[in-house]
Structures are given as structure tokens and as C-alpha cells.
Design a protein around this ligand. Structure first.
Ligand code: NDP
Ligand code: 2IT
Length: 446
């Protein structure tokens, strides 16, 4: 028996979750941060809170059969991992993407548990989705798929139990079809069972913008510590979905200039600054590809043989997917003089890239802190649903702004106390771990 409470935890996680490298990666990052906390709070190690946190409370995997427009029967796999409910009902998005599998959903649910704790709101952690590719599917096909998925999922969710929302491939349209089916099966207009709803039927103003807005606000706070600001900064944002679009909007409002964004087909470099109205029209209204944006602007569309991170910038915002910013990308960013990287996506930066950026003195905002504005505003949506109220855009945005500042300051304070000042990775992991594990101890052996 060794004195190091973490000695066997990682090996056990790998052994118990074979073939799930993303989940191993997410756990490893947390384990490397919490040593100093366990040294100070040995009771948390004795209670084996970390081993318990690494094991989801419940995992649901189910068949999703549906019929395409040609009348062919299709079968997908649905997932919901209910990770931790010590602080509140399971909460987290649903992802529709062909890459979705148990390991992806588990890493996302694990991250979500810490992220939700960081918001300071009464939220547990969960995640779900399906290996369904929505690209090229008609509205009718999307509706039938969502209805089939909810026909199983409904029995596991509810406003006091588990509250899904959107993620990659799931936005207001999908939440609408999911909510409609939930309402139909349960015969309950239970608004708080899903967030990210349309504002006409129980959704909160600002939820659509919240993740991207919160991300820019978090970056602004990181820069403020260094007596800098987003104003006048050249920025690169990867992705062009919900998070990326509203990150660009807020960066522009704060005086920064975003000169590139991307989708899975490649990126566009627009040195004069991304034309946000055009980007919204292409991506949100027409559901088209970045090629169309490039054509409309008379620009070159770089397909995926290069990297968007080769474009010189002061601040980088990876907002597409996991492990999209590699060690080689980090090297180029540092060589080009980047001063901050803030993660809009979940775990977009590989571990060696994070180390390189932090060693080079780059301010690094990990996703579980920097992109927490989305889920925090989901909690504000739940508050409005519970009180049958609807707040103004200004009021809700002011709440979001205060929450992001508080998350930043809490992470910074923990980094000063337990690690190196400004190490937000350690700060976020430590605050999340302390909040979840203290609640788990208080609730008895759960
Ligand atoms: P969207 O589906 O709206 O947009 C995703 C964007 O990322 C698209 O531009 C998409 O390109 C690109 N992308 C997705 N997967 C890949 C891939 N494998 N390779 C290359 N590009 C890819 O999703 P969101 O904007 O909602 O989510 C983006 C990230 O932010 C995810 O990591 C998500 O978990 C995270 N996040 C989302 C929150 C939310 O509230 N929505 C909250 C916090 C984090 P294409 O269309 O070509 O596939
Ligand atoms: O990763 C995330 O935080 C989300 N996809 C949002 C989750 C939510 O419940 O709003």
C-alpha cells in the first residue's frame, strides 16, 4: 500500500474503461491537478471521493431506430451518461455526431461535472447523444430521429432528475422536436426537463449566445490580470457553430477582430475581420459550408491540408471539437506571439499542447471554466421555468457576465492557493473537485 492516494487511480480507470482514450485524457488532467488538495484534505482521499467521481452513477445505451425519407430503416445508438448528482440533477448536452461513442460521452460527462460545479449553481453532471450524422438530413428526418431518441430517453430525464440541452449537432430545432415528444409521451408541459428551448416556448433569452459570449468574457478577465484587453487584438476562432459564432460576436463587441474561422471542411482567413451577418446567414439560415462564405467574400477556402492555427493571432479560441489544437499548432501559436488561448470547445487542446502553452507563459483558459457560460445560462433558464417568468436580455446577460467573472476569480484564487498563480487548469480542477467531493461526503456514501 502506497501513501500516494492517486497511485492506482489512473491505472484503474484505464483498466475499467478500455478503448476510451478521450475519457482517460480527461481524467488524467484532473488527477495531475489535485495532489496538493488531497495533501491538505486527506479526509477526501480516505473517503475515496476521486475514485467515486471517476465512476459514472449510471450509463444508459439504447437503440434508436428511425425511417429516412426514402423509407429505409436506420439504426443508431443513443447514450446518456448520468455522471454525478451530488450538487443537483444531472445536467449537460446531447451531441449528434458520427464520432459519438461511450468514451466520448463519458469524457464529456466527466468534464461537465467539474464545469457545472464551477458555476456555483445547483447542477450535477451528465452528457448524452447519438452516433447520428445530421448533415444532409431533411427536417423531417431530424424530427423522426429526435422523436425516436426521446421515446427511450424520456423515462430517464426530468427537471429534478436529468436535464439535457444542446451540444454539437443539437440546437434549438432539435431541442424543439425532443421537447415536443417528451411533452406528448409524459402529458406534462415540463419546461425544466430540457434547456436551450426556443424563446417562444420556455427558452431563455441569451441561452443561444451564452457559451460564446461567456468565453469572450472569460478571455477578457484573463487578459485583465495581465493589464491587457481584447480591444485591438487579432483573434482566431475555430469552428463556425453555436459557440464560435457568438464568441465572434462578443469579441467584436469588445473591440477585438476575428480574422478566421472554420468548419470540418476547412478554414477561411478574412484579414478585414469576419463578416458576422454573412457567417450567420451561411451557417445558421442556410446550414451551408464555409466554402460559401469564402465565395461570397471572394476569399480562398483552405481545405484541411493546413491548420487554422498557422494564422498569426494574439488570442486563439478553439471552438470546434476535442483535440483540434495539437502540439505542432501550439508551437506555431507561440512562435507567432499568442498571448492567450481560451477553450470554447470541450477539451480541444491536447495535453502536450497545453503544457507547451503554459510553459511559454500564455494565459490558458480550460474549457470547463471558459465555456461554462452555456450551462450556467441553462441554469438561469431552469430558474425562469420554475418561476414561470421570462427575464430581459439585459438582465440575463448581466447575470452571465457576473457568473463568468466569478468563475474566473474563483479559479485564479485556487491557482494562487494550491498551484502557480494563473494556472487556470489547476484552479478549475481543484475548485470543481472540492465542491463535488465535499457534497459527496456530506450526503453519505453515494
Ligand atoms: P455546433 O454543432 O453548433 O458547431 C460545431 C462546429 O465545430 C461546426 O463548425 C463543426 O463543423 C465543427 N466540428 C465539429 N466536429 C468537428 C470535427 N470532428 N472536426 C472538425 N470540425 C468539427 O456545436 P457547438 O458550437 O455547440 O459546439 C462546439 C464545441 O463547444 C463542442 O466541443 C461542444 O462540446 C462545446 N460546447 C458547447 C456548448 C453549447 O452550449 N452549445 C457549451 C459548452 C461547450 P461541421 O459543421 O463541418 O461539422
Ligand atoms: O458542454 C456544455 O456545457 C454544453 N453542451 C451545454 C450543457 C447545458 O446543459 O447547457
Amino acid at each position: 500500500m502506497t501513501d500516494d492516494p492517486l497511485a492506482n487511480v489512473f491505472d484503474d480507470v484505464v483498466r475499467r474503461n478500455p478503448g476510451e482514450p478521450e475519457f482517460h485524457q480527461a481524467v488524467s488532467e484532473v488527477l495531475t491537478s489535485i495532489g496538493p488538495v488531497l495533501a491538505k484534505h486527506p479526509e477526501l482521499a480516505r473517503q475515496r471521493t476521486i475514485e467515486r467521481i471517476c465512476e459514472p452513477e449510471r450509463q444508459i445505451i439504447f437503440r434508436v431506430p428511425w425511417v429516412d425519407d426514402r423509407g429505409e430503416i436506420r439504426i443508431n445508438r443513443g447514450f446518456r451518461v448520468e455522471f454525478n448528482s451530488a450538487l443537483g440533477p444531472y445536467k449537460g448536452g446531447l451531441r449528434f455526431h458520427p464520432s459519438v461513442n461511450s468514451g466520448i460521452v463519458k469524457f464529456l460527462g466527466f468534464e461537465q461535472t467539474f464545469k457545472n460545479a464551477l458555476t456555483g449553481m445547483p447542477l450535477g453532471g451528465g452528457k448524452g447523444g447519438a452516433d447520428f450524422d445530421p448533415k444532409g438530413r431533411s427536417d423531417d428526418e431530424i424530427m423522426r430521429f429526435c422523436q425516436s431518441l426521446m421515446t427511450e430517453l424520456y423515462r430517464h430525464i426530468g427537471h429534478y432528475t436529468d436535464v439535457p440541452a444542446g451540444d454539437i449537432g443539437v440546437g434549438t430545432r432539435e431541442i424543439g422536436y425532443l421537447f415536443g415528444q417528451y411533452k406528448r409521451i409524459t402529458n406534462r408541459y415540463e419546461s425544466g426537463a430540457l434547456t436551450g428551448k426556443g424563446v417562444d416556448w420556455g427558452g431563455a433569452l441569451v441561452r443561444t449566445e451564452a457559451t460564446g459570449y461567456g468565453l469572450a468574457l472569460f478571455a477578457q478577465e484573463m487578459l485583465r490580470v495581465r493589464n491587457e484587453a481584447l480591444e485591438g487584438k487579432t483573434c482566431v476562432v475555430s469552428g463556425s457553430g453555436n459557440v464560435a459564432i457568438y464568441a465572434i460576436e462578443k469579441i467584436h463587441q469588445l473591440g477585438g477582430r476575428v480574422v478566421a474561422c472554420s468548419d470540418s471542411t476547412g478554414y477561411v482567413h478574412d484579414p478585414e475581420g469576419i463578416d458576422l451577418d454573412l457567417l450567420k446567414s451561411v451557417k445558421l439560415d442556410q446550414r451551408a459550408r464555409m466554402e460559401l462564405y469564402a465565395a461570397e467574400r471572394g476569399l480562398v477556402h483552405a481545405s484541411n491540408n493546413g491548420s487554422i492555427w498557422e494564422i498569426p493571432c494574439d488570442v486563439a479560441f478553439p471552438c470546434a471539437t476535442q483535440n483540434e489544437l495539437t502540439l505542432a499548432d501550439a508551437r506555431v501559436l507561440v512562435d507567432n506571439g499568442v498571448s492567450a488561448v481560451a477553450e470554447g470547445a470541450n477539451m480541444p487542446t491536447s495535453p502536450d499542447a497545453i503544457d507547451l502553452l503554459m510553459d511559454a507563459g500564455v494565459a490558458f483558459g480550460p474549457g470547463k471554466a471558459a465555456n461554462a457560460g452555456g450551462v450556467a445560462t441553462s441554469a438561469l433558464e431552469m430558474q425562469q421555468n420554475a418561476s414561470r417568468d421570462a427575464w430581459s436580455f439585459e438582465h440575463t446577460e448581466a447575470r452571465l457576465t457576473a457568473i463568468m467573472k466569478s468563475i474566473h476569480d474563483t479559479c485564479y484564487a485556487a491557482s494562487e492557493k494550491y498551484a502557480k498563480p494563473g494556472n487556470y487548469v489547476a484552479g478549475a480542477n481543484i475548485v470543481g473537485f472540492l465542491r463535488v467531493s465535499r457534497a459527496m461526503v456530506a450526503l453519505g456514501l453515494i
